[in-house]
Design a protein around this ligand. Structure first.
Ligand code: DLL
Length: 432
């Protein structure tokens, strides 16, 4: 179902007009209310009235994470705290987090956007949606919650963690939609299998997964083990949280909510726009945010944009699934490696489970060691030592042929790699 056809099926010219109008008001709004943006605009020699076309967005200054940190906690807020009805913060693991604020109007828009994402995944008022994102400073829980409620789905606000309880609720309440990170969904399948429960026999039908990358191999695994249709949705706290984009049932990219955000893809090195359809860093400008508008936020997420028509009838362009970030590239012995490349190789090998850990160390000066710990099926783990060595050699050879880099492959027992209820941590870089 298309939640809001008036916007989601908007004609391109009308959309561009709306975007321009909203961009102009956003620039005027931040110029008037946020000292940081006023200084930046002045330094770039741009006055709000200079924004005459959508292309003029390229004249505006970029905003990056450092600015958001430096202005902690409320330095970039564009309204008085009296008008801020909610704050959230990013899931950063080190230092101060990034704090974002919402007015009542922002919360209303946010629910609209997550309702679109959930509806695009196939959720309706008939669904019982079980929330496995945390309700807290993370934007995932509350963000998706209000969109699902707006659709009229029955929301089960179970929150993150306590997997056994999740499974019990799933069975007792007849849950039809699961909202979580893809890695947590996989973990749920595992816990159920261990307990001898048949999740596939449950009414669960659809998964709304987001918050972290989910490659096709991982998606397939989740679908097979949970017996569901898995969709991907994307967002980030800095521009509001979930609701930025989401897959429709065609699953050929994530429809971007272009009436509320302006998207650009740039070359991360030069900052210049890349060609249509080419991959680069996603840059987002909020078009309707009141409390926390952001100009040209550099997401560090790598994607490309597809403007070709989609069979679902939505006219919003689609972004390719995010698999990599500019800052998750590892340089090992001079070779550039993305964790997603390693995952793709691993998941193609029969017997390898979708749980792995990438460890990078520097034991000898300037010589990095790459170790990949992988969980393997029981049968392989219980095999003879010679068979296990042959298996890890085979994995190492496959990795070498794709990465051009020799990795030490360590087979570990099923369940040995730590699971989380949130975003999985797959890389441990001990060089830093
Ligand atoms: O993860 C917001 C969110 C919550 C989106 C729930 C979807 C569902 P942050 O914690 O600020 O916000 O993390 C944002 O997570 O820049 C991406 O690198 C990554 N990310 C989020 N969704 C996806 C996705 C939320 N579907 C950062 N695929 C982003 C790949 C994703 N990466």
């Amino acid at each position: 179902m298309i939640w809001n056809p008036e916007y989601e099926q908007m004609d391109g010219t009308e959309l561009a007009e709306l975007q321009l109008m909203r961009l102009q008001s956003t620039v005027a709004w931040v110029n008037e209310r946020v000292p940081h943006y006023r200084e930046q605009l002045e330094a770039a020699g741009v006055r709000p009235k200079d924004v005459r076309t959508l292309e003029d967005v390229e004249r505006l200054p970029f905003t990056d994470k450092a600015v958001l940190r430096d202005t902690y906690p409320f330095g970039l807020f564009a309204v008085d705290m009296d008008h801020v009805v909610r704050i959230h913060s990013s899931s950063g693991t080190t230092g101060k987090p990034i704090v974002v604020g919402y007015t009542r109007g922002d919360l209303n828009t946010w629910a609209e956007l997550t309702a679109r994402v959930a509806a695009a995944a196939g959720v309706t008022e008939k669904d019982r949606a079980q929330m496995a994102f945390g309700y807290g400073m993370f934007t995932g829980g509350f963000g998706m919650h209000y969109g699902l409620e707006r659709i009229g789905a029955t929301v089960i606000p179970a929150s993150a963690g306590n997997t056994e309880r999740h499974l019990m609720m799933m069975e007792d309440f007849g849950t039809t939609a699961l909202v979580s990170t893809p890695s947590y969904a996989l973990y749920m399948a595992e816990v159920a299998e261990r307990a001898g429960a048949d999740v596939k026999a449950l009414p669960l039908q659809v998964g709304l997964f987001g918050g972290e990358p989910c490659g096709e191999g991982m998606r397939q695994e989740i679908e097979e083990r949970l017996g569901i249709f898995a969709t991907d949705n994307y967002g980030l706290s800095e521009v509001g949280g979930p609701g930025v984009s989401g897959e429709c049932e065609c699953r050929c990219g994530l429809h971007m909510n272009e009436d509320h955000y302006l998207f650009e893809v740039i070359d991360p090195e030069s900052g210049e726009p890349v060609g249509v359809g080419e991959q680069g860093e996603l840059v987002i400008t909020t078009l309707t945010k009141e409390a926390f508008p952001v100009l040209r936020y550099r997401t560090r997420d790598l994607t490309s944009i597809d403007t070709s028509p989609c069979e679902c009838g939505r006219t919003f362009a689609r972004m390719e699934k995010v698999r990599q970030r500019t800052d998750d590239m590892l340089i090992i012995r001079g070779v550039n490696v993305f964790p997603s490349q390693i995952e793709d190789v691993l998941l193609e090998i029969e017997g390898v489970q979708p749980h792995y850990l990438i460890l990078v160390e520097r034991k000898h000066r300037a010589l990095d060691d790459l170790e990949i710990q992988i969980e393997v099926a029981e049968g392989i783990f219980a095999a003879t030592m010679a068979d296990m060595v042959a298996f890890s050699d085979q994995v190492s050879d496959r990795l070498f042929s794709v990465l051009g880099l020799r990795a030490k492959v360590t087979l570990v027992e099923p369940g040995a790699i730590e699971r989380t209820a949130g975003k999985s941590q797959r890389v441990v870089d001990r060089r830093c």
